[in-house]
Write a protein that binds this ligand. Structure first.
Ligand SMILES: *[C@@H]1O[C@H](CO)[C@@H](O)[C@H](O)[C@H]1NC(C)=O
Ligand SMILES: *[C@@H]1O[C@H](CO)[C@@H](O)[C@H](O)[C@H]1NC(C)=O
Ligand SMILES: *[C@@H]1O[C@H](CO)[C@@H](O)[C@H](O)[C@H]1NC(C)=O
Ligand SMILES: *[C@@H]1O[C@H](CO)[C@@H](O)[C@H](O)[C@H]1NC(C)=O
Ligand SMILES: *[C@@H]1O[C@H](CO)[C@@H](O)[C@H](O)[C@H]1NC(C)=O
Ligand SMILES: *[C@@H]1O[C@H](CO)[C@@H](O)[C@H](O)[C@H]1NC(C)=O
Ligand SMILES: *[C@@H]1O[C@H](CO)[C@@H](O)[C@H](O)[C@H]1NC(C)=O
Ligand SMILES: *[C@@H]1O[C@H](CO)[C@@H](O)[C@H](O)[C@H]1NC(C)=O
Ligand SMILES: *[C@@H]1O[C@H](CO)[C@@H](O)[C@H](O)[C@H]1NC(C)=O
Length: 450
């Protein structure tokens, strides 16, 4: 995805056209959050007669991608014949075969343990700091204070010096579905810990780090979100592209969606919950997406203009907690006011701050309820016009990109955008559409050349 490198003064349209390609990206690299990763830090705090006690902490360094319920699952493969004697703040999902142990039985004897967080409400004597949130980790921009998750692990049949300990291999992070790829554990400088009164510094006996990065391509084959558009200057509502996230197909996939007013709605939800709990059960729409973001250009004042944005949940199986939206629009560098959402400018490249992250106000609209009458949240933006760039022409007033919970939302094709009455731009846009593949490859070449 090279287009972010194109300077703003080059054609807005180019960016607009290319944005419709962004879902085809197969790279883990995210231009809007180039350093985004989850780092797992494994600190050995003490040696034991047959191994060590470590504190494992996952830091979510991603600006806008969080892990929501039912939470993370962490796995690895031991390098030797290690066992887990005990854990605090998390547990393995399976104990495995501990039959060769007499007396004390380990917590887990599997070669490839799978660890999950404990639930809120865990007794205090089984907790450590940053544990027990049901595997939920917030994003760095939204809530840095809750962007980490920790547990303590007591490992046996391991080395007992920094020369004999072997780092575990093949880390896997599920959140809870696929999407993350973890690199190898790297031994780093031991972590240092400052006491609360700042008067003493201690350090881990040995530390290793694992970095995991996200790729939407690995996460799901189809998109999960789409964008629809409308404006005060044109009656047309440009709906999400048909079949963005799937097609209504009664023959090959009966029951793939439910009608909102169906008398069988409740029983459909109930019978669906017994199946795979991560697959969405969506309301029947032409786009079949669980999430739709609608951008309405609402008003035009002399010095300002106003946009209304609404997010609708079509998924009967999911309440989105701590949802967030990333929006890219050239006027976001001069946002005057935003109503009833939190706002933070994201500046992946210092010179371009046209990207912002939005999320709900705590206890007011930070929960996007399951499909139904309450399944939507909305807000309005007030932008100050920059006389040099502002125009309602050529779809300029519409967003370049939108992400919901870190996943790209599919935009309608640019030639479908509502246009100004009497606008003479249509032939130009259509022409550009024809040469779109050429422009895409050009942008790619430029990006590589720089
Ligand atoms: C992970 O993210 C942190 C914080 O943004 C960054 O300092 C670090 O370099 C990243 N690590 C990798 C391997 O990208
Ligand atoms: C192991 O500990 C020794 C000192 O006890 C230190 O010099 C060495 O760098 C450590 N090695 C690793 C891999 O941490
Ligand atoms: C790593 O883990 C994955 C999934 O658990 C497994 O399919 C793969 O075989 C493992 N690779 C090694 C080298 O253990
Ligand atoms: C290891 O991870 C910790 C926590 O994220 C970070 O502070 C530290 O800089 C990392 N070390 C290296 C060498 O990446
Ligand atoms: C699917 O079936 C339902 C009821 O069985 C019907 O109302 C609906 O029109 C059908 N949809 C299509 C696309 O055939
Ligand atoms: C969403 O939250 C409401 C209210 O807390 C609850 O009644 C409903 O069962 C939840 N839905 C799902 C799919 O978790
Ligand atoms: C954009 O960046 C400039 C500084 O580079 C900053 O003053 C301004 O507040 C930023 N705009 C927004 C909307 O955050
Ligand atoms: C924002 O608007 C003000 C007033 O029109 C203008 O002076 C300023 O340069 C604008 N900032 C940017 C980054 O365009
Ligand atoms: C509104 O925009 C659509 C394109 O989405 C166009 O077909 C229609 O003619 C426009 N309406 C007016 C009144 O210009």
């Amino acid at each position: 995805m090279g287009f972010i490198f194109i300077s703003r003064t080059r054609s807005i349209l180019l960016v607009l056209l290319l944005s419709s390609f962004s879902f085809t990206s197969t790279e883990a690299y995210d231009a809007l959050d180039p350093n985004g990763n989850i780092t797992i830090k494994w600190d050995i705090m003490s040696w034991t007669p047959d191994g060590y006690v470590a504190v494992v902490t996952m830091y979510n360094f991603q600006q806008y991608r969080h892990i929501q319920a039912p939470g993370w699952t962490l796995g690895w493969t031991w390098a030797k014949k290690e066992v887990i004697w005990s854990m605090v703040g998390s547990q393995t999902t399976e104990q495995g075969d501990c039959s060769k142990y007499k007396g004390n039985i380990p917590h887990c004897c599997k070669k490839d343990p799978t660890v999950v967080d404990l639930l809120p409400g865990t007794p205090y004597n089984q907790q450590i700091a940053n544990c027990c949130k049901g595997g939920v980790i917030n994003s760095w921009a939204q809530d840095p204070g809750n962007a980490a998750s920790s547990f303590q692990i007591s490992v046996g049949a391991a080395g007992t010096t920094n020369k004999t300990v072997k780092v575990p291999k093949n880390f896997t992070l599920r959140a809870p579905g696929p999407g993350y790829t973890c690199g190898p554990a790297k031994i780093v400088k031991p972590s240092r810990f400052v006491t609360a009164d700042l008067r003493r510094v201690t350090q881990a006996l040995m530390t290793w780090n694992i970095t995991c990065t996200y790729s939407q391509f690995l996460s799901q084959k189809t998109p999960t979100c789409c964008v629809s558009l409308s404006s005060f200057y044109n009656d047309t509502i440009v709906n999400c592209p048909t079949c963005t996230c799937g097609c209504q197909n009664n023959i090959t996939q009966p029951g793939s969606c439910v009608e909102g007013n169906s008398p069988y709605l409740q029983s459909a939800i109930a019978s669906h919950s017994s199946k795979n709990s991560y697959t969405p059960l969506v309301q029947c729409t032409s786009h079949m997406c669980p999430i739709r973001v609608h951008w309405h250009v609402k008003l035009n004042y002399k010095d300002y203009w106003r946009v209304k944005i609404s997010i609708t949940n079509f998924n009967y199986r999911q309440n989105y907690t701590q949802w967030n939206l990333v929006v890219q629009h050239p006027n976001l560098d001069n946002l005057t006011k935003i109503f009833s959402f939190n706002y933070k400018s994201l500046m992946p490249y210092a010179s371009i701050n046209d990207t912002a992250m939005l999320w709900g106000v705590k206890f007011y609209n930070d929960l996007l309820m399951q499909a139904g009458p309450l399944g939507n949240v909305q807000s309005e933006f007030l932008f100050r016009k920059d006389k040099e760039t502002f125009t309602f022409d050529k779809g300029w007033a519409f967003p370049r990109r939108i992400y919901f919970n870190g996943d790209n939302c599919v935009m309608p094709p640019p030639d479908a955008y509502p246009w100004l009455p009497n606008a003479s731009t249509r032939p130009v846009i259509s022409l550009l559409c024809l040469i779109m593949p050429f422009l895409a490859s050009l942008a790619f070449m430029l990006a590589n050349a720089w």
